[in-house]
Each structure stands twice: as structure tokens, then as C-alpha cells.
Write a protein that binds this ligand. Structure first.
Ligand code: SF4
Ligand SMILES: [Fe+2]
Length: 340
């Protein structure tokens, strides 16, 4: 529950607010772009909802906030009913048999996860919180056969889901450390097809084991490489080099290989989804690739980059990812050592 005594600076007055437990994952802005914005260390309410659509979007953000940092001062039966109705919207239907699960986990820095209802066994892509509501929903849909993990950062509670549903976790060997007991491990950069409608495409760069899942040549679950500025068919963009942990040039080569795979939906872990026709997504990907080629690997020796790794280390520590916290803290100190 968000704490009205710890409202983050920068919220506009009104019913809704963000408190200082916010980790700045940005998921609220993805879900309610008219109402949330970054202000200093935190995301805040930049505008209170003014119509039914905005109210729905803000309530969705409240449900999906990984830390429960979004609150409302409204009390009474009406407010409770609105929150209950918002809860019922998750999992959110995207199209065909694909759903956004909601209930983002702080362990994946608020990453999104998805559900595919399939006659040969249901799939989860990356992991949300282990929520009783989601468990009941998945049970009602016939359980879970596979959990595809795009990369090491977004495994969250995959182990708990795998045990509960006896599902097989699938992850690339290079990121296996994050899910050591995964049942299905693949390697290299060749595609891997566990089923005729599911193609796993290794896309190293963000991490060396980063991979995407292409479902029915229509839905591309793209992990932490892409976002989109809009839900319309304007563009696909790569997250800037600061968010590419391993190798920007390798990631750019991965994006180039993606050009041979058709898709209509780009469904990211962080950021906004993209939908277009096949020619539109291809054009958007080509433009994204062009911009990536013009970018350079970030300067590994800057105080700004050291500060960035400090933030990552703090988040990893707060969420109990101690190995990851150590990796980020070591990275920050080695940068500072070289600079001094
Ligand atoms: S979703 Fe929650 S934790 Fe993430 S930026 Fe918004 S308020 Fe902060
Ligand atoms: Fe990541």
C-alpha cells in the first residue's frame, strides 16, 4: 500500500499519488502516459485523471506497480469498487490468444510478462509476481507448460511458477546462472523451435543470453531490447546504450538478423508495445537498425555511468539479487578506479 505520508515530490494535488518507494521502473508511464512522468528520482502523477479512459489507465498502473507505490486518497465504497474492477482487467487481452499478465515484479525491475493460451500447452513469457490471482487464472486456463525467459534480468518468480505448474523453463545457456535449474537450455545463435508455432531467436547484446520469442510469425516477445514511443505504428526504438549491459554492436547485429522474421506485435518487457502491419513493422525495424548503427557503445569511463551502476546495485540489493548487486557495484568501482 502506498503511504500518503511519504508522497514523492512533484506529484500534483489530487486523489492519486506516488510515494517514495518508487524504483523508477516506468511501468506506470507505459500504462498511463497522460498521467505519469519522471520527476527527479521518482515517477509521479503529473496530471490527475480527467476522464474515464485516464482513470482506467491510472488504476491499471496502480494494480501493476511492482512496489505498490501508487496510492489513492479516495476512500469509501466507490473507490474500493473501482480498484476491484481494475483488478479484474488483468490479465489484459492483447489479441488472439495473447495476454499481458500485469502484476509486474520488482525482481525484474517492473518488467512485463505475458501469457499465451495454446492448445498444446500454455506459455508464460518472463515472470510476474507469484500472485494467487494469477495462479488461479492460469489454473482456470489449463495450467502452464512452458516458461520462456528472455534473459537473466526477468526471471523473477519463474521458479515458483515452474514448481506449482510443473512447467518447463526455457533459457539460453549464457544466462543460465539466473535460473540454474531450468529444464530446457539452448545455446549459440541459431534459432530454436520447441514447437512449430514458437521460434526462439537468440539476440545477444543486452546480455549474452538474451533471446526473443516469435509466436505464429505475429507476436515478437522482445525482452529488454526494444520499446516504442507510442501504441501506433510510428516506430520501434532500441533502449539507449546505457541499458545494454554487454555489447551494443552485438545487439545491433542481433537486430539485423531479426529483419528476416515477420511480426505484427512487438511486446517488450520494459516500455511500450508496438503494433503494425508486416510492412510497417519491417520498416520500423529497419529505421531502428539504422539509428542503432549510428550510436556508439557508451563511454565505459564516465562518472555518469558509474552512478548509473550504483543505482542498479541499489535496486538489486533491495530486491535480494545479491550476485547482480555485486556485479553492478564492482562495475561502478572499477570505472571510478580507472577515472581517478
Ligand atoms: S510503476 Fe510504480 S515503481 Fe514503477 S515507476 Fe511507476 S510508481 Fe514507480
Ligand atoms: Fe534486462
Amino acid at each position: 500500500m502506498a503511504n500518503p505520508n511519504k508522497i514523492a515530490p512533484g506529484n500534483v494535488d489530487g486523489d492519486f499519488f506516488v510515494d517514495t518507494s518508487c524504483i523508477s521502473c516506468g511501468n506506470c508511464r507505459d500504462l498511463a502516459p497522460s498521467n505519469f512522468a519522471k520527476s527527479g528520482k521518482y515517477y509521479v502523477i503529473k496530471k490527475q485523471p480527467e476522464n474515464a479512459l485516464e482513470l482506467d489507465e491510472v488504476l491499471s498502473a496502480l494494480i501493476c506497480c511492482p512496489l505498490g507505490s501508487i496510492g489513492t486518497k479516495a476512500t469509501g465504497a466507490g473507490a474500493k469498487q473501482s480498484i476491484s474492477q481494475a483488478l479484474m482487467r488483468f490479465p489484459e487481452h492483447i489479441e488472439d490468444d495473447v495476454f499481458y499478465l500485469g502484476f509486474n515484479s520488482a525482481d525484474s525491475f517492473g518488467g512485463k510478462s505475458y501469457f499465451i493460451k495454446h492448445q498444446d500447452g500454455n506459455w508464460m513469457v518472463d515472470s510476474p509476481k507469484f500472485s494467487s490471482r494469477l495462479v488461479k487464472y492460469i489454473e482456470s486456463q489449463g495450467g502452464l507448460a512452458y516458461i520462456f525467459l528472455t534473459h537473466r534480468d526477468d526471471v523473477a518468480e519463474a521458479q515458483a511458477y515452474a514448481r506449482h505448474f510443473k512447467a518447463s523453463r526455457i533459457i539460453h545457456k549464457a544466462d543460465l546462472e539466473a535460473q540454474k535449474e531450468a529444464e530446457i537450455v539452448f545455446d549459440g545463435i541459431e534459432t530454436f523451435n520447441p514447437h512449430a508455432q514458437f521460434t526462439i531467436i537468440p539476440t545477444p547484446g543486452h546480455t549474452m543470453g538474451h533471446s526473443m520469442l516469435l509466436y505464429r510469425q505475429k507476436f515478437l516477445f522482445s525482452g529488454d531490447v526494444f520499446t516504442s514511443r507510442t501504441y501506433s505504428n510510428e516506430d520501434i526504438e532500441a533502449w539507449p546504450p546505457y541499458y545494454c549491459w554487454c555489447d551494443w554492436d552485438e545487439q545491433t547485429r542481433s537486430i539485423e538478423r531479426l529483419l528476416s522474421y515477420p511480426f505484427e506485435f512487438m511486446l517488450p518487457s520494459h516500455g511500450r508495445r508496438f503494433k503494425g502491419t508486416l510492412p510497417e513493422t519491417k520498416r520500423a525495424l529497419e529505421q531502428c537498425l539504422k539509428r542503432c548503427r549510428e550510436e556508439k557503445n557508451p563511454d565505459p569511463l564516465s562518472f555518469e555511468r558509474a552512478d548509473f551502476f550504483d543505482e542498479i546495485a541499489l535496486w538489486a540489493k533491495q530486491t535480494g539479487q545479491l550476485e547482480y548487486a555485486k556485479y553492478a557495484a564492482d562495475k561502478a568501482s572499477s570505472i571510478r578506479l580507472k577515472l581517478n
